[in-house]
Design a protein around this ligand. Structure first.
Ligand code: SAM
Length: 330
């Protein structure tokens, strides 16, 4: 399993690092709780009774909220975890971090729209499939001068601040076929799955909660198809359903970081096998170093968008900003 989720790191360090690196400045409540866990010998002992991959801060915090527990004071949080440990641990064991952020489509849109249309979209690690519908959203891009550009016409609106020469298209892409693959697809029509998606959003990120709620209501009526499968094994078979006369795009965001090097290699093998059969465009939107070898900008927890391993832009991990590279400067 990948180091970035800290599997090889002592649990206290994982919580302290997450507090200082990710939660600080974004979710003060989670920062406070994660620092509390890092210093709580009893909670650490309980967490260490779980498999390493299940000790993740996001998983504990979401599981407590899923069970109705408090996250506004460390004392109340810790008391809840102690009192309800069997339930909290059961949720942590049964569920996984499957945050589905439709705003990540703001990074994908310029790249998708520049390809020969129509498109056949195959998203690996699709969760509930909210990033499988880049053509069914409205985009509001705002540049550094405050000028706005709206693309598309749909009830679900995603906003994004942009810098650099981002090639914003006139319209959303034309999608002829779409399919997601996930180890455990979430069902937009299942109350528990939707509550789990809500529980994964950090407290204080009310705009993300509102976006998720709007997206779930809109897409649940005609949910994007996500099949149960493993991206290291099933890519070629699922791609077999894509129409030949569309541009096949295999893409993913916030997924490969959950795979170890062996599994990332298996995914690349699947991609290579697929490429022996037909032309494929590969878009990755992952933390720097996960899919492409590039350093993160200083102090930023950004993703890098790349097309066939060529970096195009840095993007916010949750899609709210996009910094397109200026190739004319190279
Ligand atoms: C953090 S979520 C990201 C979801 C979505 N891509 C997004 O950007 O909103 C990662 C997803 O990858 C899925 N996943 C992890 N390993 C996988 C694998 N080997 N095959 C298929 N899906 C996988 C998880 O189940 C989870 O739903």
């Amino acid at each position: 399993m990948a180091d970035w989720i800290g599997v090889g790191t002592p649990t206290a360090d994982r919580y302290r690092e997450m507090a200082e690196r990710d939660f600080r400045g974004v979710s003060p409540l989670y920062e406070h709780i994660a620092l509390g866990v890092a210093a709580d010998a009893d909670l650490l002992r309980r967490l260490d009774s779980l498999p390493p991959v299940k000790r993740q801060p996001n998983l504990l915090l979401a599981s407590v909220r899923f069970r109705g527990g408090p996250v506004d004071s460390y004392e109340d949080f810790a008391e809840f975890v102690r009192d309800r440990w069997q339930d909290v641990a059961a949720t942590m064991l049964a569920r996984r971090t499957q945050t589905n952020e439709p705003r990540r489509c703001t990074a994908l849109l310029p790249a998708l729209a520049a390809l020969p249309q129509p498109l056949a979209l195959l998203e690996v690690g699709a969760s509930a499939g909210l990033c499988l519908c880049p053509d069914r959203m409205r985009y509001r891009y705002v540049d550094e001068a405050g000028a706005e550009r709206v693309i598309g016409d749909a009830p679900v609106e995603v906003t994004c601040r942009v810098t650099g020469p981002v090639p914003l298209p006139a319209r959303v892409p034309d999608v002829a076929w779409r399919r997601g693959i996930d180890l455990h697809p979430l069902d937009l029509g299942a109350e528990d799955d939707v509550r789990w998606l809500e529980s994964l959003i950090w407290p204080g990120q009310d705009d993300r909660v509102a976006l998720l709620s709007g997206a779930v209501s809109f897409f649940a009526a005609d949910p994007p198809p996500v099949v149960a499968g493993d991206l290291t094994r099933d890519l070629v078979a699922v791609a077999g359903g894509a129409p030949e006369d569309a541009t096949l795009v295999v893409y993913h965001s916030a997924v490969l970081a959950y795979l170890d090097e062996t599994d990332r290699g298996r995914f690349r093998d699947q991609l290579a096998e697929l490429r022996r059969r037909r032309t494929v465009v590969w878009l990755s939107n992952e933390a720097p170093g996960v899919a492409v070898d590039i350093a993160a900008p200083d102090g930023s927890r950004s993703f890098v968008l790349a097309q066939d391993s060529v970096p195009l832009a840095f993007a916010s991990g949750h899609g709210d900003w996009l910094q397109w590279f200026d190739f004319s400067l190279r």
